[in-house]
Design a protein around this ligand. Sequence first.
Ligand code: ADP
Ligand code: MG
Length: 259
Amino acid sequence: MSDTPVADIKMSARGLSVHYGDKLALKGVDLDMAAGEVTALIGPSGCGKSTFLRCLNRMNDTIPTARVSGRVILDGEDVYGPGGIDPVLLRARVGMVFQRPNPFPKSIYDNVAFGPRLHGLYAEGEELDTVVRSSLEKAGLWNEVKDRLIEKGTSLSGGQQQRLCIARAIAVSPEIILMDEPCSALDPIATAKVEELIDELSQSFTIVIVTHSMQQAARVSQRTAFFHLGDIVEVGATEQIFTNPANPLTQGYITGRFG
Ligand SMILES: Nc1ncnc2c1ncn2[C@@H]1O[C@H](COP(=O)(O)OP(=O)(O)O)[C@@H](O)[C@H]1O
Ligand SMILES: [Mg+2]
């Protein structure tokens, strides 16, 4: 495993393993994710990328057969430790955007206001309006929806729905945003918009993105981790991984020999 030192570590995994029943899906992986960077997770289908990502905000807690061991450290604190972070608060700090846009069957406004209301962050009215607007602006959606905030989120196009989900994630001011193949259900134009957005968001948030598109990983990330059969085989600067991978498995994957 080749690696370059990470300057400012926001989150790290140490010896992180996940079983689903008897099946070992993640085999004790280590990874550092730097503040203000985009970390891309790549690798063949079924190699544990989503499983890893879901550990970072304890989404695996919601899968009855899943058992997590090892450590996930956020700003020096073990999120699975005794007296660890409350999962609901953790998910406000570590937001998530899924493969299929999943707006709630509520208005555009209420989708974005959902998290702030859940956590009682802002007063109804002007204060909440301001947060909804700025979240939609940051998600690059404001101009498209400002006159239709009371319409259902599900009435938007797929690409708009995904940006709405990003606005919803941003609205609680997370520190980290996890994205699991956020463009896989989008057309190329919507994908380009979301990729541009990821680049902008990386100024303010630490981002971890799973992608099956190596072009996407190369375009949006600064560091890339290559997963294979539940292990991280190689991690390093994105450019190095794509131009000069150290591991033959990585080489095979990026040149399309398997995957
Ligand atoms: N909820 C689940 N129950 C049982 N097995 C699962 C579950 N989710 C994933 N797995 C298994 O764990 C392994 C890793 O899956 P996953 O993390 O989804 O991989 P990836 O995201 O890289 O495609 C696969 O073998 C998959 O079948
Ligand atoms: Mg997956």
